[in-house]
Ligand binder design. Structure first.
Ligand code: KIV
Ligand code: NA
Length: 275
């Protein structure tokens, strides 16, 4: 299993870090078999698994529940779990308690939190307490209300400058990696070359130190539309619906179960039963 220091070495060696989300036992097993370096139990689970419109309703209990399942499916992969909405803003004490639960109760190896500014002191406190932290800048979905929608961030020079400064501050506060979401590729490249911790991009172009995508997006599983920055490798949804339709029609038409799906009782037992 790779560790935080391995990700730093990978950046030094120009080796890309592969991150993928997973939310349950089968997806985690597949992610590990598929050879990802890091599994992210993202709070995107609120949208792709739980059917919410945003990540805002996701709770600590949700993250713990899903991280436990992921852990059972991927015993040999580094697991980062998102701290959900408002679980790292009230105080340093609250932040430590919540992050601690994700490691102790759920089995995550690290936590991810969004933003800089007031969040920076939380990153420092977590790191000092021995909890590895992954930062998250650019489009930060927990602030969708403030950002006014899911839009590309850092497009103008002022915003770009602030983002580069924030990335440096996050590195200085002790984070071992930084997720950078939905920013122009030129800005992402500049961020990646400005800090020594790996920058894991999503919608951030090629010139970063790794990539992260959502499990359901790359597989076309349960999602109708995917954002521009997603590469969908298969569209499994139609296969799944077809399978369910075929099962339903088999049952209705008495095509299932067949003899090979059925258990039988021995003749002599039947004789005893019926006399
Ligand atoms: O929740 C999530 O899946 C994420 C990634 C998209 C980076 O935060
Ligand atoms: Na997230």
């Amino acid at each position: 299993m790779k560790q935080t220091t391995d990700f730093l070495k990978m950046k030094e060696n120009g080796e890309k870090v592969v991150m993928l989300t997973a939310y349950d036992f089968p997806s985690a097993k597949q992610a590990e078999q598929g050879g990802v370096d890091v599994i992210l139990v993202g709070d995107s689970l609120g949208m792709v698994v739980l059917g919410y419109d945003s990540t805002i309703p996701v709770t600590m209990e949700d993250m713990i529940h899903h991280t436990k399942a992921v852990k059972r499916g991927a015993k040999d992969t580094f697991i980062v779990t998102d701290l959900p909405f408002l679980t790292y803003h009230l105080s340093i004490k609250d932040t430590l308690i919540n992050a601690g639960r994700l490691l102790q109760e759920a089995g995550a190896h690290a936590v991810k939190l969004e933003g800089a500014d007031e969040v920076v002191e939380k990153i420092a406190a977590l790191t000092k307490a021995g909890i590895p932290v992954c930062g998250h800048l650019g489009l930060t979905p927990q602030s969708v209300g403030v950002l006014g929608g899911y839009k590309v961030q850092g497009k103008d020079a002022t915003a770009a400058k602030k983002l580069i400064e924030d990335a440096k501050t996050i590195e200085e506060s002790g984070a071992f990696a930084l997720v950078l979401e939905c920013v122009p590729k030129q800005l992402a490249e500049e961020v990646a070359s400005s800090i020594s911790i790996p920058v894991i991009g999503i919608g951030a172009g090629l010139y970063v130190d790794g990539q992260v995508l959502v499990y359901h997006d790359i597989l076309g599983y349960g999602v109708d539309r995917v954002p521009k920055f997603v590469k969908q490798y298969h569209a499994v949804n139609p296969f799944m619906i077809e399978s369910i339709q075929a099962y339903a029609s088999d049952v209705k038409n008495k095509q299932f179960p067949e003899d090979r799906h059925s258990f039988t009782m021995k003749e002599e037992e039947l004789k005893v039963l019926y006399g």
